[in-house]
Design a protein. Sequence first.
Lengths: 430, 114
Amino acid sequence: MPRVAETLERVFREEHGRIIATLIRLSHSFDIAEEALQEAFLSAAATWERDGMPRNPGAWLTTVAYRRLLDAIRHEKIKTDKRSQLEYEAERLQAQEEFAQSDDTLADPDDRLRLIFTCCHPALGREAQVALTLRTLGGLTTAEIARAFLLPEPTLAQRLVRAKSKIRLARIPYEVPPLESMAERLVAVQAVIYVIFKESYSATAGDSLVRNDLSTEAIRLGRVLCELLPEPENFGLLALMLLQDSHRETRMNEHGELATLEEQDRSRWDRTEIEEGIRLIETSLPLGRVGNYQIQAAIAAVHAEARTAGETDWPQIVALYKELIRINSSPIVSLNHAAAVAMSEGLEKGLGLIEEVGANRKLHDYYLFHAARADLLRRLNRSQEAIEAYTRALSLTTNCVEHRYLRRRISEVANKQKDYGAGSMRGASV
Amino acid sequence: MKYILLIYHNEKTWNAISDSDRQQIYGEYRKLRDQLRDSGQYVDGSQLQPTTTATSVRVRDADELVIDGPFAETHEQLGGYFLIDARNLDDAIAIAKRIPSARMGTVEVRPLVE
């Protein structure tokens, strides 16, 4: 019966974060919670096949997982606390009564927030934060996460074990952070979600399928975050991901080369995602707490609103980058600002700004710096310098989609150079 | 005069030894502690959880950095220690941030074995 299997998979993805978040709060253990939920899913697979689907699959799973959890805690307590069976049974009955009275006491809406802030705790490394968030909140399997990040499964499994053991041994609290540290902690959560999203972008051709799952998952996590904490920057992050994702299908051309915004077939951009992204940013910006993600989303929205590359409102984009520099001055933002200036106020002026950005050498090994510089040199017909800059960019990226793009540019510029040089000969040679 | 004796060892080697060997070593530690206690020389001591549970805290102007992992700067040396009782890691980190040296150096937060 494929329906049960399909429903189970859907429910698994949708309910995993919600259920496990509660189980972790009740058991104080990621491992016990995971095992209980795993058993509940196995039991669902067997029971639903036999008796048909329950009316509310999510509630069914929660109940079964909760029972498994109580059993596991009992075993654990007898083992470690040496408490009497009787004492525990009393507690268990009371807990079950409470549970029976109301589903609400079991599923605290804050549980998923507790979970996301714990997974993204600054005392865990970024890689561990990402893996743990995808595993628990996202409900992805270890194998799925390993595949998406092109890592051997044991490496990923080890990463998860370490993270969980640090949470347990160092006693990272399972709490929503207090107001005074909320802003700082939220930055880490947003960063984790965005890292997951961006990882889907560094796809090589063969892996794009698996990696598209990552962008879908990041967007889903972004939605959960907005639902739990309707903060302007959370809307900004979701909007940014939706707007970038809207040109997922056109980012690569039919030759497997990177296609720039200018070259992409805009009729194939996902209008639904664009409309939602623009709506989100139009809601969040007037709230007056403008941040990094909102401005980046606003920039993406300006690109999305232009029906052709030529209609892009570059002065608007320059203004937005200026605002971005004001709140987050980084050489990468200055580089993007320079590229926008080149498009709106003249190539020479843009190139001058790029050289200024490059002067402090922080971007010396950053492939996009050399690619952006090469692009302006190409437009200015300074072919030899353009080829050198493209070649430098080529040496700094391992991504084959980007490689193919840069090689195409180099040969385009080289051909043009040849044509110019051999201009007078052309008629004769044909 | 008080002295802190910092015990360095190879975690990999320690993890690889057999349970009975480990118990024997723990026994020797307990014996030493009892001897020092008897002679009035013992103040406090504990085994630490492994470095994988470590968190490093640094405060630079307004930036408070919390980093996964132990302190690994070879140009700075251990200059003191606090033994604190905190509810959880967040409370311990909050205290670590208040240590003046967190503004110049780094404070490593390591849970003790309980």
